[in-house]
Design a protein around this ligand. Structure first.
Ligand SMILES: Cc1cc2nc3c(=O)[nH]c(=O)nc-3n(C[C@H](O)[C@H](O)[C@H](O)COP(=O)(O)OP(=O)(O)OC[C@H]3O[C@@H](n4cnc5c(N)ncnc54)[C@H](O)[C@@H]3O)c2cc1C
Length: 299
């Protein structure tokens, strides 16, 4: 039988027993040594020949790296090796961050989500990563570790370009931390793919809104987009407009237009850049109107 892609090239496999063990083995050469989580991106890229590491360090069995913990005072901490299904099934995540659950449930199939980790989704740095927009509007922060110690940074500062992140050679992502979600918040993740299941996003839009007496509109909004720029992006100017004007169909459409103007999509096998830009407007307006309705129903 002829395979559509070559077989996986040979590699050395290291089963890391602790983060320290993994980091000591990692060294500085990303071309030679890579960390392995679910392998759902890594093995595809290795088979396609776009990367050729000769050593893989498996993070999945490191104690604590897949832990999901919720604290009523500080929020949620997700270990980077937690699978998408484990996160989406967690009762505290379901109760406190349903927007993230919804976003994860749009990824591929149940079977794939049993392997794919949330850390791998971020570190692969695809502009189409479905977890990214929701994690961005929820104000996530990342913990990165190396043999030298650990540092924290906002998810907003993590993505540098397609496949590029703020990770330096020898560093791994260990935790994703979400603050407590704002009181009374409502959210929506809308994903447009070529079919209703199992496809990468042509456009992904996450919107989060919550009441706040301070801004003119009485609400604050956060908006993030996937698959329409070199990285997942926040749309700060549209967020500001929705806070400083009275909330109406017109202001929502103006905000959606700002998102459309900010988008820098490419044309590829899934959609043309022009179609993507048009859909950024439609989906952003749709998500904002849904969120406004949910907020008004609760007011
Ligand atoms: C058929 C199919 C459909 C898909 N559909 C979707 C979809 O709809 N939406 C979507 O967003 N994605 C989709 N994907 C992509 C993929 O499943 C996700 O990006 C997945 O979450 C990657 O996680 P992983 O654990 O498999 O990562 P891996 O493949 O193990 O790793 C991905 C990259 O991140 C690095 N890495 C992994 N973990 C860490 C860490 N802790 N620290 C530092 N670097 C790390 C690896 O070295 C590698 O470079 C699809 C993939 C396939 C094969």
């Amino acid at each position: 039988m002829e395979l559509p892609l070559p077989e996986l090239p040979a590699f050395d496999y290291l089963h890391a027993s602790s983060a320290q063990h993994a980091l000591e083995q990692l060294g500085g050469s990303i071309a030679r040594t890579r960390v392995l989580s679910g392998g759902t991106d890594l093995f595809v890229q290795m088979r396609a020949g776009s990367i050729a590491p000769t050593e893989l360090i498996d993070l999945k069995h490191i104690p604590g790296l897949a832990t999901i913990e919720f604290d009523e005072n500080s929020g949620l901490t997700i270990g980077a090796a937690a699978t998408m299904n484990a996160v989406a099934r967690d009762p505290e995540v379901q109760a406190n961050y349903p927007l993230l659950v919804r976003a994860l449930e749009t990824v591929a199939s149940y079977q794939l989500r049993n392997r794919a980790t949330i850390g791998g989704n971020l570190c692969n740095a695809s502009p189409a990563a479905d977890s990214a927009p929701s994690l961005l509007v929820l104000g996530s922060r990342l913990t990165l570790e190396s043999v030298g110690g650990q540092r924290e940074l906002a998810l907003n500062d993590f993505f540098k370009g397609p496949g590029e992140t703020a990770l330096t050679p020898g560093e791994i992502l260990t935790k994703i931390s979400l603050p407590l979600a704002p009181t009374g918040w409502k959210g929506r993740y809308l994903k447009l793919g070529r079919n209703t299941s199992g496809d990468l996003a042509i456009v992904g839009v996450a919107v989060l809104g919550f009441p706040d007496p301070e801004p003119t509109s009485g609400f604050r909004f956060r908006i993030a987009l996937a698959s329409v720029a070199p990285t997942p992006i926040r749309v700060a100017d549209a967020e500001e407009l929705l806070e400083t004007t009275t909330l109406s169909d017109e202001s929502i459409e103006q905000a959606a237009r700002i998102a459309q103007d900010l988008a820098r999509p490419i044309s590829d096998a899934r959609a043309s850049a022009e179609y993507r830009r048009a859909m950024v407007f439609e989906l952003t307006a749709w998500a904002l109107k849904d969120v406004r309705q949910m907020l008004e129903e609760e007011a």
